[in-house]
Design a protein around this ligand. Structure first.
Ligand SMILES: [Zn+2]
Length: 296
């Protein structure tokens, strides 16, 4: 079959349900080790789903998780997926000063590389926390040896977002590409189109239409994200949280797995590095082909 669909980037932020930033005011990180950890079974289920659909993905993994579940990290790589970094302790990049941010991302990269025996090239900031106040983070990432970041969500949101930044991959500096989360441009506004609470809240057909539009109208691959806990309706409920946080975390959580399965069927999915880091090479090859064609 001649499949002309674009390959989109599927990304999974590997953290457990008690580590999400919105719960930080309610859960003391010193108590993380006492919580019931569900990351292993949830990632295992995702690996099986991806295998069934012959899809590849990028797993932005927390150093904290990798330290405790090294087998899980190796399993991700053995299944043919890209291992990337979500930092070590899931602190928002915007809450850290330069040395603390540098320590966090360097520690996570080294840990993941030591466990998996491969080079880690990608990074995603917790809660898309690179914005106008900490653009210096790109230099720190490049210096630590990262090749790309996927940390900017070009929307307006109460916790993150940089609505005026480019919607598609761009050079953040000489060495580093920033690959933003996908938005749909409607009436001079960017709408979130690729994961998280919106994906669980909106009917699936709306999400599918938005992603298709980006492929067909913008002609660009999309970057979609989700978390292992979003496929786990039986996760322990966190008590005493405010209504908005509760709604955002749990809305339609029992339906997410089915929706992810539909996404895997309706689109073609691949790894960030293969889609975006390979591009300059592809462009050079295309130019070479054109030059050959022109000279004959
Ligand atoms: Zn995260």
């Amino acid at each position: 079959m001649n499949d002309t669909r674009l390959t989109n980037a599927l990304t999974i932020d590997v953290e457990d349900y008690f580590q999400v930033s919105a719960f930080a005011p309610y859960i003391d990180r010193a108590g993380w080790d006492q919580r019931e950890c569900r990351i292993e079974r949830n990632v295992q289920r995702i690996l099986e789903l991806l295998e069934q659909h012959q899809a590849r993905a990028t797993f932005f993994t927390l150093g904290w998780i990798a330290e405790r579940y090294p087998e899980l990290v190796r399993r991700i790589v053995l299944h043919g997926h890209e291992l990337a970094s979500h930092g070590h302790g899931h602190q928002r990049a915007s809450d850290l000063d330069r040395p603390a941010f540098s320590d966090d991302i360097t520690r996570a990269k080294k840990l993941l590389e030591d466990i998996a025996g491969i080079e880690v090239r990608g990074y995603r900031a917790p809660s898309f926390s690179i914005g106008s106040g900490n653009l210096w983070a790109f230099d720190v990432l490049a210096r630590a040896g990262y090749r790309y970041s996927s940390s900017i969500y070009p929307i307006r949101h109460d916790h993150y977002g940089l609505p005026d930044s480019p919607r598609f991959a761009y050079r953040a500096n000489e060495a580093l590409l920033e690959i933003p989360i996908t938005t749909l441009r409607v009436l001079r506004r960017n709408l979130p189109a690729s994961g998280g609470g919106w994906f669980r809240l909106l009917p699936y057909a709306v999400s599918r239409a938005m992603l298709r539009r980006v492929n067909q109208v913008d002609g660009e691959p999309t970057v979609f994200y989700f978390h292992p806990w979003e496929l786990d309706p039986d996760q322990p409920r966190i008590a005493g949280i405010d209504l908005k946080t509760r709604f955002r975390h749990y809305v339609n959580i029992g339906r997410t797995q089915r929706r992810i399965e539909r996404l895997l069927t309706d689109f073609r999915w691949g790894r960030m590095d293969e889609i975006f880091l390979a591009r300059p090479g592809q462009a050079a090859a295309a130019v070479a082909r054109l030059a050959t064609a022109a000279s004959t």
